[in-house]
Design a protein around this ligand. Sequence first.
Ligand SMILES: Cc1cc2nc3c(=O)[nH]c(=O)nc-3n(C[C@H](O)[C@H](O)[C@H](O)COP(=O)(O)OP(=O)(O)OC[C@H]3O[C@@H](n4cnc5c(N)ncnc54)[C@H](O)[C@@H]3O)c2cc1C
Length: 283
Amino acid sequence: MNIEQNKPLKDLTTFKIGGNADYFISINHYDDIKKAVFFAKKNNLKTFILGKGSNIIFDSKGFNGLVIHVNIDFCKLYNNNLIVGAGYSFPLLGHITAKNDLGGLEFAKGVPGSVGGAIFMNASAFGQNVSDSLISVQCLTENNQIVNLKKNECNFEYRDSIFQKNKMIILSARFLLQNNNDALKIQKEMLDKKLLNQPLNERNAGCIFKNPKDTSARKIIESCDLLNCQVGGAKISLKHANFIINENEASSDDVLNLIKHVKQVVFEKTKINLYEEVKYIPY
Ligand SMILES: Cc1cc2nc3c(=O)[nH]c(=O)nc-3n(C[C@H](O)[C@H](O)[C@H](O)COP(=O)(O)OP(=O)(O)OC[C@H]3O[C@@H](n4cnc5c(N)ncnc54)[C@H](O)[C@@H]3O)c2cc1C
């Protein structure tokens, strides 16, 4: 096992924010995950499971524990069945499946995470959810047992899954996809819409807030005149009000204070509570 010390975290995230992790390991094999978990327990270290870092804000002080980067990245496609490692690129999975005229994961090409992160978050866009075509998830329990959860055991809800509560580490997933000769066309339409509407070329962590029932956080934030609002190096995107941009070496405090400000103003003006989709990882 190659455990690194004082590992800079910011370049492992799309936000480009974060100090150093006291300990860090990138895992390619199931056995190494068990060893990493054992190492953390033995040394009384807290752990954080990292995918592709596209939905998180690491603290600028870093992380005083062990960051386990799940990098298990195999992908086996046979007929309509797919078995894929949790560290596999979700956009690449979307690309490969659509190219093979398989429908169900077209939206994945625009979601810059890992398969494990997408399942943990129940990622979705344009009416498609990762859970729609999922059959089962293989994971490591807190007791170091490898188990398979069927889709209906994963408690998927909007941006939620059982994995946000049970501390299991997602290792791989099985999907069943539908034949669809239009998959590539559908995917292109989705990507074109995303490029038009989202600041994809800037440093961000995707949507900051969950959409409240029957409305969008973007519209609410816009209606409260918060576009372009800034704290330190963190700014509300002009292109999409539910995105915060790390414009100028923003710290985690800049982002957290901007989030707090947006929530306060939105509540004062609309009496609506916004809840974060993005995950802040404290030191
Ligand atoms: C430009 C941009 C566009 C985006 N568009 C969308 C979109 O359209 N739809 C959407 O839903 N999201 C979107 N996102 C958000 C993000 O890409 C998704 O939430 C993605 O699924 C997160 O995956 P990740 O691997 O990056 O997870 P990370 O950010 O690394 O982690 C997120 C959470 O998942 C947990 N986790 C990750 N891997 C595992 C694992 N193997 N086992 C257990 N827990 C794990 C982490 O501990 C953490 O709590 C966007 C983000 C960006 C930057």
